[in-house]
Design a protein around this ligand. Structure first.
Ligand code: NDP
Length: 333
């Protein structure tokens, strides 16, 4: 017997910003679960900026998507049939077979989630974006109370958790975002100390200098480009830079030019350290324990932008590069 599923495939590799024509919605038939496998009905799937890199044919820390095959990524769903004693029908699980409505997965690749928390939070605040924020602040930047941090793409999945954990830790938070609504949310509801709307700022370096007259101790980089240059200019001596993402360059067809003021890293003895979240899965238990409490106590807000339907998943993904999301961009299936 086989099961009918709908999957999003990569049709063509994009140059520049992807469009819906780079994706295909395909009906497929998959085999029923063998021993050690589960049939999962996906309820939510994640779209993330790093998937843009996987659309290119190049060697990186994660394999490219294959043309004409289902794409993958984080998803949550409900077990419909279990061929593994560790899972029962009805269990809510997080796994990596997103971009499809049903999946047969190895039970070893699924984790049961806390039914007292919203399932989709395991794709955002409680998932890899939240872990990225936590790792960057604790293990990479060693953030301390009283320090000043600058975070870019600050209303997004990672950035909004960086801002909130930093506020909980007693840091002064300066945020950069691309709209007035995002700025208002961060200022009025999250309580960040200063917000820069980079789309309405002619000189980002001057704006950051004005927001942080004594300089920044930490820069959490999600954007690269002019944001990284502004942060280098504003850095205090011995500042720590968490190089998490550089989304401003993900769709450019030529390699981005380096920060023109990189010499500041020498003058100021700045530590720039790259971060790949999958290197830090040992922190998941500690992180989930703390984040679960913060969410239950209302100390971390779960902000989401929800797009409905698998057929709209490519649009949700493309929207990440246009600033369409506040908080975590999610697809509800
Ligand atoms: P977000 O939820 O932050 O979504 C992307 C946001 O980036 C958009 O909403 C938009 O907000 C902003 N943006 C898009 N294009 C530009 C641009 N050209 N210039 C400035 N801002 C832009 O995504 P995530 O939180 O999932 O990811 C944030 C960053 O973290 C990405 O760079 C991603 O690659 C990286 N990342 C890295 C990980 C790692 O292990 N190293 C793990 C997870 C994420 P706005 O309206 O403010 O412009």
């Amino acid at each position: 017997m086989s099961i009918e599923v709908r999957e999003i495939h990569l049709r063509r590799r994009p140059i520049g910003l992807p469009t819906p024509e780079h994706f295909d919605l395909v009906s497929n038939r998959i085999r029923e679960p063998e021993p050690g496998q589960l049939l999962v009905r996906n309820t939510w799937m994640s779209v993330d900026p790093y998937m843009r890199g996987r659309m290119d044919e190049r060697k990186s820390y994660i394999a490219p998507f294959r043309l004409g095959e289902a794409m993958d990524g984080a998803a949550v769903g409900v077990v419909e049939f279990s061929n593994d004693p560790a899972f029962s029908v009805g269990d809510a699980v997080v796994h990596f077979a997103g971009w499809r409505d049903f999946a047969v997965i190895d039970a070893a690749t699924a984790r049961r989630i806390d039914p007292e928390l919203p399932a989709q939070a395991y794709l955002g605040a409680l998932g890899f974006p939240g872990l990225t924020a936590y790792v960057g602040l604790t293990r990479i930047a060693n953030a301390r109370q009283g320090e000043t941090i600058f975070v870019s793409a600050a209303s997004g999945a990672v950035g909004s958790i960086v801002a909130q954990i930093a506020k909980l830790g007693g840091l002064r938070v300066i945020a950069s975002v691309g709209s007035a609504d995002k700025a208002a949310w961060l200022r009025n509801e999250i309580g960040v100390d200063a917000v820069i709307n980079y789309r309405e700022t002619a000189d980002l370096t001057a704006a950051l200098a004005a927001a942080a007259p004594e300089g920044i101790h930490i820069y959490f980089d999600n954007v690269g480009g002019d944001h990284l240059e502004a942060a280098l200019a504003a850095a205090q001596t011995h500042a720590r830079f968490v190089l998490c993402g550089m989304i401003s360059g993900y769709n450019s067809d030529a390699p981005a030019s380096g920060p023109r003021n990189i010499f500041q890293a020498i003058e100021k003895r700045i530590r720039l350290q790259g971060l790949i979240v999958s290197d830090h899965i040992d922190l998941i238990p500690e992180f989930e324990r703390k984040m679960g409490v913060w969410i239950k106590e209302g100390k971390v807000a779960l902000r989401e932008t929800v797009v409905d339907g698998l057929d709209n998943a490519p649009d949700a993904f493309i929207g990440l590069f246009k600033g369409a999301n506040t908080g975590k961009m999610l697809v509800r299936l």
